[in-house]
Design a protein around this ligand. Structure first.
Ligand code: KG4
Ligand code: ZN
Length: 390
């Protein structure tokens, strides 16, 4: 495929991103404006505020991405933007801006599924590192705040196709991290906080059972964690609302509420004073029992994610494993996947931690094959908040 430079725009949740990427493999710039400070006082993403923050950030973020790459609006070859899934109001900010640019500049406009973007974050960095010999079939776990999906991915020249063989039946894995963090008075964003605190506790202290999705007719299934959908293909589904309830029950039976309230107030005070709490602040406010609870929760989540994913890899005779999305930034998740996949002789690839969480470089990378297939969208296309992949 000839060279092409794409300006990517991402605004599906709480990060405003713009990036300039050459030929789906070379990042010329990748700017992300985080909204953590905006949502932190509320303990989670407030959709109204997210849209407003995107509106404020979109123009400077795009300008900065172009400037850092040494490009102008006129000199990029195409504009790519996230169409969904995500928060409708947030998506519309990026989409409206991308449409206006494409219309005014007379450039092709490419709509990208955010989940496909997460898969291409891995590919982008693999190509950037010169590793082009990818073995198929690929199994991609996309694990983030809104999604826990397993995809079988195939590529035929420029056409990437995906088959969904697993998804969460209720909460996404990142959502469980976020809710448990909030529940324990540790605040938002939960995943990165729990990631940093978990090494300070005993992961075997509290036993959590994560729901296993049963096959409809268990007599015919060797593996009881496997569900079968109407397509007759085995599915590997996840369920994380139960573990959140189990943590809540533990908090109640162990009477942890007073210490949680105290911690919540102390952390809020630090944030109100305009600081980010340090790891020492968190640890000072946590007794050993709470540290152990956090470590045990994280270990249970990771054991389940890794176990089900490797179960799917065996069932579908997978050649390569990708793990991407915000939760893929988790240190223990990465080392566990690496260790367990190696035992099975399965190569596993992650994006760098920066490309694991939401960014626009992955959107520009996923758009590249579409550019060469001429897969453009008219300027009246719209956001698709519940957009599926595959
Ligand atoms: O991919 P992402 O940035 O946005 C979505 O598409 O959802 O993922 C954000 C999610 C949040 O739930 C956040 O808590 C989680 O990823 N996350 C992590 C870590 N960093 C972000 N979870 C566990 N460990 C981390 N280091
Ligand atoms: Zn994402």
């Amino acid at each position: 495929m000839p060279d092409a430079v794409i300006l990517g725009i991402e605004s599906s949740c709480d990060e405003t991103g713009a990036a300039v990427v050459r030929s789906g493999e070379q990042i010329l710039s990748n700017v992300v404006a985080s909204q953590i400070a905006t949502h932190q006082p509320y303990g989670g993403v407030v959709p109204e505020l997210a849209s407003r923050e995107h509106l404020r950030a979109i123009v400077p973020v795009v300008r900065q991405a172009l400037a850092e790459a040494g490009y102008t609006y006129q000199s990029v070859d195409a504009i790519a933007v996230t169409q969904g899934p995500g928060l409708a109001g947030a998506l519309l900010v990026g989409i409206s801006f991308a449409k206006a640019l494409a219309f005014a500049l007379e450039k092709p406009l490419i709509a990208v599924n955010h989940l496909e973007g997460h898969v291409h974050a891995v590919l982008l960095e693999q190509r950037q590192a010169g590793e082009v010999d990818l073995q198929f079939p690929v199994l991609a776990l996309v694990v983030s705040g809104g999604h826990t999906h397993l995809y079988l991915a195939q590529a035929d020249k420029n056409l990437w196709t995906y088959e969904n063989i697993g998804r969460t039946r209720d909460d996404a894995a990142g959502e469980a991290f976020d809710k448990v963090s909030k529940l324990l008075g540790l605040g938002y964003p939960g995943g990165p906080i729990i990631d940093r605190l978990a090494p300070h506790g005993d992961p075997h202290a509290v036993r959590f059972q994560i729901a296993q999705i049963k096959h409809r007719d268990r007599r015919h299934s060797a593996d009881k964690t496997m569900a079968a959908e109407d397509d007759g293909r085995p599915h590997f589904d996840f369920s994380y609302s139960g573990i959140k309830t189990a943590v809540l029950r533990y908090v109640e039976t162990q009477n942890l509420a007073p210490s949680i309230d105290e911690r919540r107030q102390a952390l809020a005070k630090i944030i109100r004073a305009g600081h980010q709490p340090s790891i020492d602040d968190y640890l000072r406010l946590m007794d050993q029992q709470t540290r152990d609870l956090v470590a045990s929760f994280q270990r249970a989540m990771i054991t389940d994610l890794v176990g089900k994913t490797l179960g799917a890899a065996r069932e579908y005779d997978i050649a390569t494993l990708f793990v991407s999305g915000g939760v893929a930034a988790n240190h223990e998740l990465r080392t566990t996947f690496q260790r367990e996949a190696e035992l099975e002789g399965l190569p596993v690839f992650f994006p760098s931690r920066k490309l694991s969480t939401d960014n626009a470089a992955m959107i520009a990378a996923a758009a590249f094959p579409k550019l060469w297939r001429g897969e453009f969208v008219p300027v009246d296309f719209s956001a698709e908040a519940g957009m599926a992949l595959g």
